[in-house]
Design a protein around this ligand. Structure first.
Ligand code: AMP
Ligand code: GLY
Length: 422
């Protein structure tokens, strides 16, 4: 089979490495891929948001199956456009991807179907939003309605900060159209858990749970990033919590989407907070998480392509999806200064013995050399019998990888290990 994967980060590298394990796969094209992905797939310089370019490439190259990984093309309708030309796909249609594309939509969906989430108000009028912020409980959370590269959420500790957040989104249009509407919601507390799931719209199969580390600095300090590391499984996701999530969140969400005429097929990501009142939804993503995928897929024992095509064909209920009971850690190595400003273009050396377990996010190939090209450069991933061993091994890998300006947190997995010690 000829496969196409849309995207070019560490998540796509993890998807591609896993897809390659299937013996029927002849070629995988990555659009656009990156310098590290080039070791595992044929990279083609078509942007992930160039829907026409993606469709043209898929048709001209007789692609049998396409996996659309990032949020932007999904929300723009890449799956609809590919399917219209007869290309089978993994990923939700535009109508279903709105579950991530509009927070106002997802909050209203949860309210209407009784799915637990933070209390909220939606505003498209700035004066009303500012008026509300004068009296709402503090801290409060201000969110841009649309996609904002993971930066559209501001936790305001004071009324002034909340007001500033509203103005930055609605007046200064910091996130463009995405901030025309804002959601202002209750601040929840508790450990966070990410659960990615496979769903064909009828059946939902949660993958192994994971924990992201979103802040740039040790001890969860500093700015929010795309994710500085992940571990799986997440110790806060106990059997009881998992059962409640299935009954109160996962199944109700899938059924709600179907009822709305927006049947969701693909990977639905549940960003959860385990509060004192039980698990609540912080966010939905219409796709695999990054860097959650880099710890979840290495633990998948079943064949990824088989599971994905079962999702596409509506046969997930009959398909085995088995995960290993080992633990995994992904340590992100970034460029110093990320997520604000950083230098790039430094040569990257990865010893051959560990290259299979390195998922490259931001590097280009130039004259046979890998050069850093992004804020997040790579994820060093280790799978071991215990979380402690996986964390130690990921740090051991990072010490063998070098590039100028490399930065990584020193406490990835620490919170999970502490929770395990109990
Ligand atoms: P999101 O982009 O929706 O994942 O939000 C980014 C981060 O903001 C989440 O991972 C949470 O840590 C935090 N967050 C979002 N919504 C809330 C909330 N209602 N209460 C507390 N923290 C939140
Ligand atoms: N790691 C969070 C996300 O993919 O949105």
């Amino acid at each position: 089979m000829k496969l196409l994967v849309v995207g070019g980060g560490g998540r796509e590298h993890a998807i591609i490495k896993k897809l390659k394990e299937n013996k029927t796969v002849e070629t995988i094209y990555a659009l656009p891929g990156n310098g590290g992905i080039a070791a595992d797939a044929v990279c083609v310089p078509v942007k992930a948001t160039d829907i026409d370019g993606i469709v043209r490439f898929a048709v001209e190259n007789n692609v049998d199956y396409a996996v659309v990984a990032p949020d932007d093309p999904l929300v723009m309708g890449a799956v609809d456009a590919l399917e219209e030309k007869g290309v089978r796909c993994f990923g939700p249609t535009k109508a279903a991807a709105i579950i991530e594309g509009s927070k106002a939509f997802s909050k209203d969906l949860m309210k209407r179907y009784g799915i637990p989430t933070a209390r909220y108000e939606i505003f498209d009028d700035m004066a009303k939003a500012l008026e509300y912020v004068k009296t709402c409980p503090i801290p409060t959370v201000v969110k841009a309605d649309g996609l904002a590269l993971g930066k559209g959420v501001i936790i305001a500790q004071t009324r002034e900060e909340a007001e500033e957040a509203v103005r930055s989104m609605m007046e200064d249009k910091k996130f463009g159209k995405s901030g025309e509407k804002v959601v202002i919601e209750e601040f929840l507390t508790g450990p966070e858990v990410s659960v990615l799931s496979f769903t064909d719209g009828e059946t939902v199969v949660p993958m192994v749970s994971s924990m992201d580390h979103k802040r740039a600095g040790d001890g969860d300090t500093g700015l929010n990033t795309g994710g500085m590391g992940t571990v799986a499984p997440n110790p806060y996701y106990t059997k009881d919590v998992a059962q409640r999530c299935m009954d109160e969140i996962f199944l109700p969400t899938i059924r709600a989407m179907k009822k709305e005429g927006r049947t969701f097929k693909g990977c639905l990501y549940f960003g959860l907070m385990i509060t004192e009142d039980g698990p609540k939804v912080i966010e939905y993503n219409c796709r695999f998480g990054d860097p959650e995928t880099q710890v979840v897929l290495p633990l998948l024992e079943s064949d990824l392509l088989t599971v994905m095509t079962a999702v596409t064909d509506g046969k997930l209920a009959e398909t085995e999806v088995r995960f290993s009971d080992k633990s995994a850690c992904c340590l992100i190595m970034a460029s110093e200064g990320y997520p604000v400003s950083y230098k790039k273009g430094f040569e990257l050396t990865i010893p051959e013995e560990i290259a299979d377990n390195v998922y490259v996010a931001g590097a280009v190939l130039e004259d046979g050399k890998l050069l850093t090209s992004g804020g997040r450069v790579l994820g060093a991933v280790a799978v071991r019998d215990s979380l402690k061993k996986a964390v130690d091994a990921a740090y051991g890998m990072a010490r063998q990888i070098s590039f100028e300006n490399a930065y990584y947190r020193s406490d990835i997995g620490a919170r999970a290990l502490k929770a395990l010690e109990g």
